[in-house]
Design a protein around this ligand. Structure first.
Ligand code: 5GP
Length: 239
């Protein structure tokens, strides 16, 4: 499959057309940003890890009956995906308090919830991705009520599959962000990526952070953390 014209360059990925109008190629970069682009840097090798990890996790979602945009891995950094119209919602599922949840509600990080939470942000960099509820999403016509229901169901289903998988790798899934898209027939599929950029992943025993918080919070050992979490996945899948 040949890369044609670039149609988009985001913070962590570039997207190219192909000769099939329903298929695109995503090319993962090593660029890292945080705090709505205020903090910028490079995480060497991140693009390769996020591409390969996301593809393996997307394949697990498909196996569990959750439709995704994933078609096939083309190279270390490139993947063929279905063209989707991204639903402009960031869907965040949390199992444990951390990050903006801990800050917003004035609680410590690490509180294990009795049941997972879900929240939506309006995917809009100019506005700083403001939090919104389903009524706001409907008022802004970001999605239909039926689509939001489907997205919620898929997001919680992703949580169950991901949580169980990472537990088998000795990793606690704290929270994560998903994005969904609409394919040509109008159905909703999981899009974007599932990676240490978009998930909080803590070592189950030591609670060491194995994700992008090492970059966001200047904790050091960023590349090592990405390599370690990838190794856990590969070791698990090799068994
Ligand atoms: P928080 O709202 O606590 O900052 O983030 C919750 C979870 O969603 C974390 O796992 C974080 O990585 C992910 N997340 C939230 N917003 C973004 C975003 O704009 N980009 C990325 N890569 N991840 C995000």
């Amino acid at each position: 499959m040949q890369k044609l014209e670039q149609i988009y360059e985001g913070k962590a990925k570039k997207v190219f057309k192909t000769d099939d109008p329903e298929l695109l190629i995503v090319d993962y970069k090593d660029d890292a940003t945080a705090f709505n682009g205020l903090k910028k840097g490079t995480i060497l090798g991140k693009g390769v890890i996020n591409n390969q990890m996301s593809n393996r996790l997307m394949a697990k979602m498909e196996k569990a009956g959750i439709p995704t945009h994933f078609v096939r891995e083309l190279s270390q950094r490139e993947t063929l995906v279905k063209r989707v119209a991204i639903v402009p919602l960031e869907v965040i599922v949390r199992n444990i308090s951390a990050g903006s949840f801990a800050k917003r509600y004035g609680v410590e990080e690490g509180i294990v919830f009795d049941q997972p939470t879900i929240e939506f942000s309006y995917k809009n960099d100019a506005l700083g991705d403001p939090l919104l509820n389903t009524y706001h999403a409907l008022a802004l016509k970001l999605a239909t009520a039926e689509e939001i229901e489907t997205i919620k169901n898929y997001a919680f289903a992703v949580n169950e599959v991901l949580k169980a998988f990472w537990a088998e790798c000795g990793v606690t899934l704290v929270d994560f962000k998903l994005e969904f898209g609409k394919v040509a027939d109008g159905s909703i599929v999981l899009a974007d990526e599932i990676s240490p950029d978009t998930c909080r992943l803590w070592d189950a025993k030591t609670h060491e952070k194995l994700d992008k918080d090492r970059f966001r919070r200047d904790l050091g050992g960023v590349e090592d953390a990405y390599a370690e979490i990838m190794k856990r996945l590969l070791d698990h899948d090799a068994q």
